[in-house]
Design a protein around this ligand. Structure first.
Ligand SMILES: *[C@@H]1O[C@H](CO)[C@@H](O)[C@H](O)[C@H]1NC(C)=O
Ligand SMILES: *[C@@H]1O[C@H](CO)[C@@H](O)[C@H](O)[C@H]1NC(C)=O
Ligand SMILES: *[C@@H]1O[C@H](CO)[C@@H](O)[C@H](O)[C@H]1NC(C)=O
Ligand SMILES: *[C@@H]1O[C@H](CO)[C@@H](O)[C@H](O)[C@H]1NC(C)=O
Ligand SMILES: *[C@@H]1O[C@H](CO)[C@@H](O)[C@H](O)[C@H]1NC(C)=O
Ligand SMILES: *[C@@H]1O[C@H](CO)[C@@H](O)[C@H](O)[C@H]1NC(C)=O
Ligand SMILES: *[C@@H]1O[C@H](CO)[C@@H](O)[C@H](O)[C@H]1NC(C)=O
Ligand SMILES: *[C@@H]1O[C@H](CO)[C@@H](O)[C@H](O)[C@H]1NC(C)=O
Ligand SMILES: *[C@@H]1O[C@H](CO)[C@@H](O)[C@H](O)[C@H]1NC(C)=O
Ligand SMILES: *[C@@H]1O[C@H](CO)[C@@H](O)[C@H](O)[C@H]1NC(C)=O
Ligand SMILES: *[C@@H]1O[C@H](CO)[C@@H](O)[C@H](O)[C@H]1NC(C)=O
Length: 759
C-alpha cells in the first residue's frame, strides 16, 4: 500500500456493498467493512500534513476544447511551486479529462487554500474514503436461450460494460472469449495484464488502486460482479454441490472492461474511483457498474455522483448499489437521479433442510451444507435451554459442557454471542449429531442457507416454538433432518432483502429511491479460486449476497437494452426498467420483505426488474443532461456547487430552478402540506406509433391525485405528450407517509409510476 493512501484512510473508508453471509467463515477477508486504523488521524500538525485532495476547476475561455496535454500543464500550474518538477509529478496523482475538469494531488491544507486564488479554481477538499459495501438468475428474470428478449437483444452483443471494483481473475472461464467478436472500433482501452490475458470478452483491464501492477482481483468481489454482469457461460458450475448448472452473466455476449479502484480488502478511495470513471468514459464503455459506495452526501461532494454525471452526458448508463444498511430508513448510497440505484431481493430458490419430528410433523428450514450420508432415521432431540439453564439455549461456546448431547439432534436458539455456524461447531464439538437452530422473535421468518459444519437446519421462530412445544409434550422427543437440496419456484420470491438500504433519500428527498430491485441474495458467480477444499469446484465459484450482487444484474440488463434500443438515452433505459417492474411475487401476491411483512415504496422502489417488459415499455420519461441543471439549482445548491457537478459555469436564478418533483422522473416523491402541488411530466412514445393511453390512479391515503389530460393519444406523428398531475390533501391521516401509483394504460402496456407522499 503506498504511503499516500494512509492519509486517505484517515477520514474515510470505502467498502464494497457485500453482506456478511456464511462465506465469512471461510474467507475472513470479506467480513464486515474493514475497520482501518484511524490512529494516525491528524495527531500532529494538521496544516502541514499531505493529504489527497480532489480539486475541481472550471476551464477558462479559450480552453473549452483543450487537449489533454494542455489541460495537464494547466493543472500543474495549480500545484505549489517547488524546486524540481519531479516532486510536482509525485504530488499530482491523477489528471482528469473526461468526466470532470480537475485533478487529484497530495497537498497540505495551506497549499490547497492557496489554490483558491487562482483563476479557474472551483473547489478542493480531501478525498473521502468510501466503504465497499449465477447460475439461475437469468432464468428467474425470464431470460431464455434462443427466445424472446435475450435472443432479440443478442445477449448484449457489441456493448461494453465497465466494472469498477477490486479487479478481475483473468483466466477464469467466465471470461473466456469463445464465440466473442472483437470489440467495436470505438474501443480505446488498455490491458494492463501481461501478455494475452485480455481477450475479446475481457477487452480491457486497468489498475487505479495500485498503478503499475496488474489489476488482479485479490478479493473476489470484482470477479463476481463482472461475471454476473457479462460473464460467458460456464457449464457445470456449482457451490458445495448446490446451485448446479450453467453459470452465465446477464449480458453474456457483451464485452467487459475492468477498472480496479478498490483494494483486495474492498476499500476504494475517491480519487481512484474518479480516475476509473474518467478512463471508462474515454475508453468507450457503454454501461458502468459500481457495486460500491459510501453514505449519503450532497451530490457536489460525492465523486461517484459527479463522475456519473460526466458519464451520462456522453450517453453512458450508470448502475450503482443502493447500499447494505437496511432495513433502517434513510440508509441509501448513490442516490443521484442520473444513477440507477439498485436494491437487492431474494431469488426463488431455497436449499431445503426439513426438520422431521417423532410425531411426523415437518418444518422446512434451510442449510447450504447438505450431507448425503446423513440418515433419515429419528435421533433423540435435545433442547439446549433445558435443564433449567436458559442461557445455554444459544449454544454459545462452553454452553454444552455439562450435558450429554452425543448422537442427539440439538435445538439451539438464535442470539447470544455466537453466529449460526459457530453454534453448529459447539454442538459438533460436544458430540451432537445435528443441530436445529431456531430464530428469535425479532428475526421471525427470516431464515438463511448457511454453510454449516454439521447436519443442520435453520427454522423460523414460529416453527421453533412448535418444535419446543413438541419437546415439552413428550418424554422422549425425537427428530431428524431431511436434506432436499435446492428447491426452485419458491412462491414468496422475490422478497426485499433485509439488508437492502431503504429510502427516503437524504440527498434528494424529492426523488423516490431506490429505483429498482434485482437479485442480490445468495448469488452464485465466479470467484478467485475454489472457496475452500470442501467445495470441489474448479474453477472457483462463490455464493454471496449484497446490493453489490444486484447491481451487476441491472448493469447487464441495461447492456441488453442498449443492444436492442441503441438510440435510447440513459434516462430512457432507466425509465423503461422502472415503469415495467413487478410488484408481485411469483405467487401473485404483493412483494414482501424477508419477514413476510408488507414493504413500502422506500424499500421496493419501482419494484422488481422484469427485463422482458423493460424491452417494450410503451412510453418512457426521458431526461436530457441539461434538464438536471434547474433541478440542481432547485435543490438549493449554489452556482459553484452546481458547477462542480455539471462541470461548467452555471448561474442559478429563480426562473431557472424547478422543485425536485418537477424533474421528468418515472416516479414521484413529494412532501405535501395543505397547499396542493402540481407537476408536469412528458412521456415519449416508444411503442406502437398509433396508441392511446388512459390514466389510472391508485391514490395515496388522504391524497387526491388529479391527472390532466386523463387520456393521451399518439398517432399524429408527435412522439411526445405532456400531462400535469395535482396532489391535494383530502384528509388528515395519522401516518407519516402514504403511497400510491399512477399508471398510463393502453391496450398492451401499463406504464407505472410509484407515488410517495410524505406528510
Ligand atoms: C414478474 O411478473 C411476471 C408476471 O407479470 C412473472 O411471469 C415473472 O415471473 C415475474 N418475475 C419476477 C422476477 O418476479
Ligand atoms: C433470435 O434472433 C435471431 C436474430 O436476431 C432471429 O433471426 C431469430 O428469429 C430469433 N429467434 C427467435 C425464436 O425469436
Ligand atoms: C510477462 O510475460 C512474459 C512472457 O510470458 C515474461 O517473460 C515476463 O517476465 C512477464 N512480465 C511480467 C511483468 O510479469
Ligand atoms: C443439478 O443436480 C441435480 C441433482 O444432482 C440434477 O438433478 C440436475 O439435473 C442438475 N441440474 C443441472 C442444471 O445440471
Ligand atoms: C423512518 O424511521 C423512523 C424511525 O423508525 C420512523 O419514525 C419514520 O416514520 C420512518 N419514515 C418513513 C418514511 O418510513
Ligand atoms: C458423512 O460425511 C462427512 C464428510 O464426508 C463425514 O465427515 C461424516 O463423518 C460422515 N457422517 C457419517 C454419519 O457417516
Ligand atoms: C448456563 O449456560 C451459560 C452459557 O453457556 C454458562 O456460562 C453457564 O455456566 C451455565 N450455567 C449453569 C448453571 O450451568
Ligand atoms: C411468519 O411468522 C408468523 C409468526 O411468527 C407466522 O404466523 C406466519 O405464518 C409466518 N408467515 C409465513 C409466510 O410463513
Ligand atoms: C415448555 O415447558 C417449559 C417448562 O414447563 C415452559 O416454560 C415453556 O414455555 C414451554 N414451551 C413451550 C413452547 O410450550
Ligand atoms: C457555495 O457553497 C460553498 C459551500 O458548499 C461555499 O464554500 C461557497 O462559497 C458558495 N459559493 C457561492 C458562490 O455562494
Ligand atoms: C428568489 O426567491 C427567493 C425566495 O423565494 C427570494 O428571496 C429571492 O429574492 C428571489 N430572487 C430573485 C432573483 O428573484
Amino acid at each position: 500500500m503506498e504511503n499516500w493512501r494512509c492519509t486517505i484512510f484517515l477520514t474515510m473508508l470505502v467498502t464494497i456493498l457485500l453482506v456478511p453471509t456464511f462465506v465469512f467463515s471461510l474467507s475472513p477477508a470479506i467480513t464486515d467493512p474493514i475497520v482501518l486504523s484511524s490512529t494516525s488521524s491528524g495527531i500532529i500538525n494538521q496544516d502541514s500534513k499531505l493529504e489527497t485532495y480532489i480539486v475541481f476547476l472550471e476551464k477558462p475561455e479559450g480552453m473549452e476544447s483543450a487537449k489533454p496535454e494542455d489541460l495537464d500543464s494547466w493543472y500543474q500550474s495549480f500545484l505549489p511551486a517547488v524546486t524540481t518538477s519531479s516532486s510536482n509529478q509525485q504530488r499530482l496523482i491523477y489528471s482528469y479529462h473526461n468526466v470532470v475538469t480537475g485533478f487529484a494531488a497530495k497537498l497540505t491544507k495551506q497549499e490547497a487554500k492557496a489554490m483558491e486564488m487562482k483563476e479557474g479554481f472551483m473547489s478542493a477538499r480531501p478525498q473521502n474514503v468510501l466503504n465497499v459495501q449465477t447460475t439461475h438468475t437469468p432464468d428467474f428474470l425470464g431470460l431464455q436461450r434462443n427466445l424472446g428478449f435475450w435472443n432479440h437483444s443478442n445477449y448484449g452483443k457489441g456493448v461494453i460494460v465497465g466494472v469498477l471494483d477490486t479487479g478481475v481473475t483473468p483466466n477464469h472461464p467466465s471470461f473466456s472469449d469463445e464465440g466473442m467478436p472483437p470489440p467495436p472500433s470505438k474501443w480505446k482501452g488498455k490491458c494492463e495484464f501481461n501478455g494475452t490475458l485480455c481477450n475479446n470478452k475481457l477487452i480491457g483491464a486497468r489498475n487505479f488502486y495500485s498503478a503499475g501492477k496488474p489489476p488482479t482481483d485479490g478479493h473476489g468481489h470484482g470477479t463476481h460482479t463482472a461475471s454476473t454482469a457479462a460473464g460467458s457461460p460456464v457449464q457445470g458450475a456449482s457451490f458445495f454441490d448446490q446451485y448446479n448448472g450453467t453459470a452465465v452473466g446477464i449480458a453474456s455476449s457483451a464485452h467487459l472492461a475492468i477498472y480496479q479502484v478498490c483494494s483486495e480488502f474492498g476499500s476504494c478511495s475517491e480519487s481512484d474511483i474518479l480516475a476509473g470513471m474518467d478512463a471508462a468514459v474515454e475508453d468507450g464503455c457503454d454501461v458502468l457498474s459500481l457495486s460500491l459506495g459510501g453514505p449519503s452526501r450532497p451530490f457536489y461532494d460525492d465523486s461517484i455522483a459527479i463522475g456519473a454525471f460526466g458519464a451520462i452526458q456522453k450517453g453512458i448508463f450508470v448502475s450503482c448499489a443502493a447500499g447494505n444498511s437496511g432495513p433502517s430508513n434513510e440508509s441509501l448510497s448513490n442516490e443521484a437521479p442520473w444513477i440507477l440505484t439498485v436494491g437487492a431481493s431474494t431469488v426463488d430458490r431455497s436449499i431445503r433442510a426439513t426438520v422431521m419430528l417423532g410425531n411426523n410433523a415437518q418444518y422446512d428450514g434451510e442449510s447450504f451444507y447438505q450431507p448425503k450420508n446423513f440418515s433419515s432415521s429419528l435421533l433423540p432431540l435435545f433442547y439446549a435451554g433445558s435443564n433449567g439453564n436458559e442461557s445455554g439455549a444459544f449454544c454459545d461456546p462452553g454452553s454444552l459442557k455439562d450435558v450429554d448431547v452425543r448422537e442427539k439432534v440439538v435445538l439451539c436458539e438464535r442470539g447470544g454471542f455466537s453466529g449460526l455456524i459457530d453454534k453448529g461447531q459447539v454442538v459438533k464439538d460436544a458430540g451432537g449429531a445435528a443441530m436445529i437452530v431456531m430464530n428469535d422473535e425479532v428475526s421471525g421468518n427470516v431464515t438463511t442457507a448457511s454453510l454449516h459444519v454439521l447436519p443442520a437446519s435453520h427454522v423460523s421462530y414460529a416453527d421453533g416454538l412448535s418444535i419446543k412445544a413438541y419437546i415439552n409434550s413428550t418424554a422422549s422427543p425425537m427428530a431428524t433432518i431431511l436434506f432436499k437440496g435446492t428447491v426452485f419456484g419458491v412462491p414468496y420470491a422475490p422478497q426485499v432483502a433485509t439488508f437492502s438500504s431503504r429510502g427516503p433519500s437524504l440527498a434528494c428527498p424529492g426523488i423516490l429511491k431506490p429505483d429498482i430491485l434485482g437479485p442480490g441474495v445468495l448469488i452464485l458467480a465466479a470467484w478467485l479460486h475454489p472457496v475452500d477444499n470442501r467445495a470441489n469446484t474448479t474453477p472457483g465459484f462463490n455464493v454471496i449476497s449484497g446490493t453489490s450482487m444486484a447491481t451487476p444484474h441491472l448493469s447487464g440488463i441495461a447492456a441488453l437494452l442498449k443492444s436492442s434500443h441503441p438510440e435510447w438515452s440513459p434516462a430512457a433505459i432507466k425509465s423503461a426498467i422502472m415503469t415495467t417492474a413487478n410488484l408481485t411475487n411469483l405467487g401473485g401476491m404483493p412483494i414482501t420483505d424477508q419477514f413476510f411483512d408488507p414493504v413500502d415504496v422506500f424499500g421496493i422502489g419501482s419494484g422488481h426488474v422484469n427485463p422482458t417488459k423493460a424491452d417494450d415499455p410503451g412510453l418512457v420519461y426521458d431526461i436530457q443532461p441539461d434538464d438536471y441543471i434547474p433541478y440542481l439549482c432547485g435543490l438549493g445548491y449554489n452556482n459553484t456547487e452546481v458547477g462542480i457537478i455539471v462541470q461548467r459555469p452555471v448561474t442559478c436564478s429563480n426562473s431557472s430552478s424547478i422543485p425536485e418533483a418537477q424533474l421528468n422522473y418515472p416516479s414521484f416523491s413529494i412532501k405535501l402540506g395543505s397547499i396542493p402541488q402540481t407537476y408536469t411530466r412528458t412521456v415519449t412514445n416508444v411503442g406502437p406509433s398509433k396508441s392511446s393511453y388512459i390514466a389510472e390512479i391508485n391514490s395515496p391515503q388522504g391524497v387526491d391525485v388529479k391527472v390532466t389530460p386523463s387520456g393521451i393519444q399518439f398517432g399524429g406523428g408527435d412522439l411526445k405528450a405532456t400531462y400535469s398531475v395535482t396532489f391535494t390533501r383530502t384528509a388528515n391521516v395519522n401516518v407519516p407517509f402514504a403511497q400510491g401509483y399512477l399508471n398510463w394504460v393502453s391496450a398492451d402496456h401499463v406504464v407505472r409510476s410509484p407515488i410517495a407522499v410524505i406528510f
